[in-house]
Design a protein around this ligand. Structure first.
Ligand SMILES: *Cc1c(COP(=O)(O)O)cnc(C)c1O
Length: 223
């Protein structure tokens, strides 16, 4: 399957009234494939590993309106570079990281768009803010002038029934934040990957993050 064929299939699912955004997850994918995806009009790309991302960004710097999202674990000593080289950071899960991103973003002309990653799946060993601490973290981020809180992100359980419960919980956490009226820029619920994006869309995802389904399977990932 070519990238164009893969994309054509996915695009049908995206024909929804809320116009969900397709984030192309390009970890372990060479810059040439990102360029090909860009030629097919994709603009949002997600990267997990800073060094790998910086190399590809450099190779692709002629693609002016490309929009890079950082979706990986954030080490505190990497916050400065992440804040400078990305438009979105989707994996903020504690205030310390948010504060560091905020101070690193001061010199930029626009605030950094951030999502809070929420740990809704018991399997998610990769981090995320516990649901019970979400409101407090959101309040904290809201006060940081160089960050713009845009929404929530999650990885869900691989089992479809548990995933369903996770998606539902995310939808309701998102609605609760919206209804608090304290977060005027909230518009993004990022959930759903190659294996579960249709289910995520049914539960109100405004952004899905697809890697394998677009680019094919990656080499075994480093952990
Ligand atoms: C790798 C990754 C994805 C994409 O997963 P696929 O199964 O390849 O679609 C989405 N979100 C995050 C946070 C990831 O790390």
């Amino acid at each position: 399957m070519s990238l164009a064929e893969n994309l054509a299939k996915i695009k049908c699912a995206l024909q929804q009234p809320n116009r969900p955004i397709l984030l192309a997850v390009s970890k372990r994918v060479p810059a040439s494939a990102i360029r090909e995806a860009y030629a097919l009009e994709l603009r949002h790309f997600g990267e997990n590993y800073l060094q790998e991302a910086l190399e590809k960004q450099d190779e692709l710097r002629d693609l002016e309106d490309i929009c890079w999202h950082f979706i990986g674990r954030i080490q505190r000593n990497k916050t400065h570079e992440i804040a400078r080289h990305f438009t979105w950071v989707e994996s903020v899960d504690r205030l310390l990281i948010a504060q560091r991103l905020n101070s690193a973003r001061q010199e930029a002309s626009t605030p950094l768009n951030v999502l809070i990653e929420v740990a809704v799946s018991s399997e998610d060993s990769k981090g995320g803010c516990p649901p019970a601490q979400l409101a407090t973290l959101a309040e904290g981020i809201q006060k940081l002038p160089f960050l713009r809180l845009r929404g929530l992100m999650a990885l869900v359980h691989p089992d479809p029934d548990q995933a369903n419960a996770n998606f539902q919980q995310m939808h309701s956490l998102f609605n609760t934040l919206l209804q608090s009226g304290n977060h005027p820029d909230l518009d993004t619920l990022s959930m759903g990957t190659s294996s579960d994006f249709l289910q995520a869309l049914e539960h109100g995802a405004t952004e899905i993050r697809l890697g394998t389904l677009l680019f094919g399977s990656r080499h075994r990932e480093a952990t």
